[in-house]
Write a protein that binds this ligand. Structure first.
Ligand SMILES: *Cc1c(COP(=O)(O)O)cnc(C)c1O
Length: 223
């Protein structure tokens, strides 16, 4: 088996074995930014359907190259207003929404091409980290309410967060901020939580994550 497929199986096993709240279903988002379409196709053949991309141009190129596969593309990169049309066209959801302005632009593009209701996650910058995208945890509900009242063509799936890197699976239990993210996600839209990457899979799943996003541990180091 190729290295990528081997690592993919290892991550699936790790997810399956991670302790979690009762009956919690956890999905894997394979983060494929700066990895090749050939690698993505290999993972697709092994059964993976959900892939994450961070750059509109790269998303477009891969979605076109792999148009013959039933891939579900998730956009997890920084949002620029002038790229929203492209992102909405090629991605089936956006996980990095952090403003009403972008919500309205996304909804407009989605409505134009009949892709409604369009799924979005609100991105949370849970510890107010400088230079990191997302709204503060205290602002999540206000933004969710604004979106709900102004953007009827969006479907808010829940919250997405990239917590500070110091939180990792060396901890024996989930930090309070993970628990707070879980509680806040329960109050937003469909109540889903996209939380956890390679280094914090276990604590994210134990806190109640529904979706973990893994790149390097499957595809290897990005070029
Ligand atoms: C790149 C990225 C990941 C995956 O990171 P790796 O370190 O490659 O596992 C997960 N989530 C987001 C939002 C990312 O941008």
């Amino acid at each position: 088996m190729s290295t990528i497929l081997h690592r993919y199986q290892e991550i699936l096993t790790k997810i399956a074995q991670a302790p979690r709240p009762l009956n919690q279903n956890v999905q894997l988002l394979a983060v494929s930014k700066r990895h090749t379409s050939a690698d993505i196709a290999a993972l697709y053949q092994a059964g993976q359907r959900l892939f994450g991309e961070n750059y509109a141009q790269e998303l477009e190129q891969k979605a076109q190259e792999l148009a013959h596969l039933a891939i579900q593309w998730s956009y997890i990169g920084h949002i620029q207003s002038n790229k929203i049309k492209k992102i909405v066209h090629f991605a089936s959801e956006i996980q990095t929404l952090a403003s009403l302005k972008h919500a309205q632009l996304i909804e407009r593009e989605a409505a134009k091409i009949g892709k409604t209701p369009y799924p979005v996650y609100i991105a949370v910058n849970a510890e107010h980290e400088e230079g990191k995208n997302g709204v503060a945890l205290e602002e999540v509900l206000a933004l969710a309410e604004e979106i709900a009242s102004h953007c009827h063509n969006l479907k808010v799936m829940g919250l997405m967060a990239i917590p500070p890197a110091r939180y990792s699976d060396t901890l024996t239990e989930a930090p309070e901020i993970y628990t707070m993210l879980r509680q806040q996600a329960d109050k937003v839209g469909q109540g889903l939580l996209s939380l956890g990457m390679t280094g914090d899979l276990n604590i994210a799943i134990s806190a109640g994550s529904n979706l973990v996003r893994v790149g390097t541990a499957i595809f290897g180091t990005r070029t």
